[in-house]
Design a protein around this ligand. Structure first.
Ligand code: ZN
Ligand code: ZN
Length: 327
């Protein structure tokens, strides 16, 4: 296993060393209960009365290119894979590219960006080598995300592949305990899953049980995927309030940090996980108007993972901004 070095010591961003970012960032956030952050100085603001939204983008052109693409489609954030989704070697980070991106992000009031782990990793695989690979990739990803401090790293909790839910939960929590560091500024997000196959995370209780076993809980949050929760049997079409109440009782809404905003190609409780464009699936446009305007959700960043080219994403972003009500 390769040892992980974090670029925390002495690494300069446009706003100063990452160490300062850490001191100014998430602790203050939780003390005040106010989402105050801004790029460069390590703060990222959400909740200016505008919708914070972006979509999944190709990372092949680097950070600055993603930032420019996001701007061109009306986004103030984006998601990207840290490496080939099948988990190959990541490209070297180019500090000039990162610095240029951070400047662009600051000038344009970007909110937190989301790095997404390769979806083929299985942190709770039965095969030790598969788990070791997940650990190695995720450790390396967390070192890399420190170049853009204070953002999100989202991953799928994994599939227990016949070992049982309880065993899967133990293994995923164990992996998190091995990779989380007190000095990291990245918040690691567990994604709500559709529950297909032997996936962990189709029930809120399963995410709660993972979080319960994590030592550095302040580094952990949850990403709520609208397609996945609906496919998993949480009826956000007819009872969004009830689902969020249940989320709050089981996990706690303070852990909810981001939303994957996707329609679903399949009916309620299908446990399928196939994303549709906004308004073209079983959730429908009224559900999305409710989701983005809900008092418990409207300040969060939203990330589209819909099957679209940039022009299609630009249209979805325009549509959702029209549906966003000013308060
Ligand atoms: Zn998702
Ligand atoms: Zn999905």
């Amino acid at each position: 296993m390769r040892s992980v070095s974090y670029p925390v010591e002495g690494y300069q961003t446009v706003g100063g060393p990452v160490r300062d970012v850490q001191n100014m960032g998430s602790c203050e956030l939780h003390k005040t209960g106010d989402d105050l952050h801004r790029y460069g100085n390590g703060f990222y603001e959400t909740g200016h009365g505008r919708l914070h939204i972006g979509c999944h983008l190709s990372s092949s052109g680097g950070y600055l290119q993603m930032g420019k693409t996001a701007l061109s489609i009306g986004a103030d954030t984006f998601q990207f894979f840290t490496r080939n989704p099948r988990g190959g070697k990541a490209k070297d980070i180019d500090p000039d590219d990162v610095a240029s991106f951070l400047r662009l992000a600051q000038e344009n009031d970007f909110v937190q960006i989301m790095a997404h782990a390769p979806y083929t990793l299985n942190p709770c695989a039965a095969d030790r080598r598969v788990r070791a690979f997940a650990l190695e990739v995720m450790s390396d990803d967390l070192a890399r995300t420190e170049y853009t401090p204070g953002n999100f790293y989202n991953f799928h909790p994994g599939s227990h592949v016949g070992q049982g839910v309880a065993a899967g939960i133990e293994l995923t929590a164990d992996l998190l305990n091995r990779i989380l560091r007190p000095e990291q500024t990245t918040t690691v997000l567990l994604e709500t899953m559709s529950g297909k196959g032997s996936e962990i995370g189709g029930r809120f209780e399963e995410l709660r049980q993972i979080i319960d076993r994590v030592e550095l809980k302040e580094k952990i949050g949850v990403c709520f995927d609208t397609c996945h929760v609906y496919d998993a049997g949480y009826d956000i079409v007819n009872d969004l309030d009830g689902v969020l109440k249940e989320f709050d009782e089981v996990i706690g809404l303070e852990r909810l940090r981001a939303v994957h905003i996707n329609d679903s190609k399949n009916p309620f409780h299908s446990r399928k996980d196939r994303h549709a464009r906004i308004g073209e699936g079983s959730l429908g446009i009224d559900t999305f108007a409710n989701v983005i305007n809900h008092p418990k959700l409207r300040r969060l960043p939203f990330y589209l993972e819909t099957p679209n080219e940039p022009e299609g994403h630009a249209q979805e972003i325009r549509l959702l901004k029209e549906l966003y009500r000013q308060r």
